[in-house]
Write a protein that binds this ligand. Structure first.
Ligand code: GRF
Length: 196
């Protein structure tokens, strides 16, 4: 690969399994990219992946006054970043950041949007709602971030079956496996379109 690596900024709040999937894809040269910074809005297990891979890490407390939170986030993301990945980031992205990086912020959501998205629909709550509604399939979505919650243009989706005996946990695990693969594939497509 002679082209310079694309630069990514990752925003996380949780276990960071998607961050780990990206680190792994870069290490195995599936993805020609460099993570220039991982930003978390709370103390979370995911930071360990950044530490182990020597990636600069910034904690920006979600309890900061909104203006200070927005300012700190804005400051932490460099102009050169090619793509900002919200990998389980639970805070609302400040409007000024969306305006600064049009079509450069993507989000992962563990349902087939537009179903089961919006305010309060995150983590296990999504899977509980899917099971309660007796859906026969669910999945995950990668979309651009716009001013709404889970409303931006859809880039890619992957589907999984929902089984009668599923619990939110088993469904979440099945979806996460697909999500990691979908994320890497989407990043390759967005960052290196000539590879296709
Ligand atoms: C993912 O399931 C994603 O869909 C949602 O948050 C979860 C993050 O998981 N937005 P992880 O922290 O990457 O393990």
């Amino acid at each position: 690969m002679n082209t310079p690596p694309a630069t990514l900024t990752l925003l996380i709040s949780g276990s960071g399994s998607n961050l780990a999937a990206i680190i792994n894809a870069i290490a195995h040269k599936r993805l020609n990219a460099r993570i220039e910074r991982v930003i978390a809005d709370r103390d979370c297990a995911g930071k360990q992946h950044a530490f182990s891979a020597d990636i600069p890490f910034t904690l920006i407390d979600r309890h900061l006054p909104p203006n200070e939170f927005a300012e700190a986030l804005n400051h932490a993301i460099s102009e050169q970043t090619n793509l900002i990945v919200l990998a389980g980031f639970l805070s609302i992205i400040p409007k000024r950041l969306i305006a600064r990086f049009p079509k450069k912020i993507i989000n992962l959501h563990p349902s087939l949007l537009p179903k089961y998205g919006g305010m309060g629909m995150y983590g296990k709550k999504v899977h509980q709602a899917v099971i309660k509604a007796k859906e026969q399939e669910s999945g995950c979505t990668i979309h651009y971030v716009d001013q709404g919650i889970d409303t931006g243009e859809i880039i890619a989706q992957a589907r999984v079956p929902v089984y009668l005996q599923d619990t939110p946990e088993t469904l979440q695990q099945r979806i996460q496996k697909q999500e990691h693969e979908l994320l890497i594939h989407t990043l390759i497509t967005l960052l290196h379109p000539k590879a296709f």
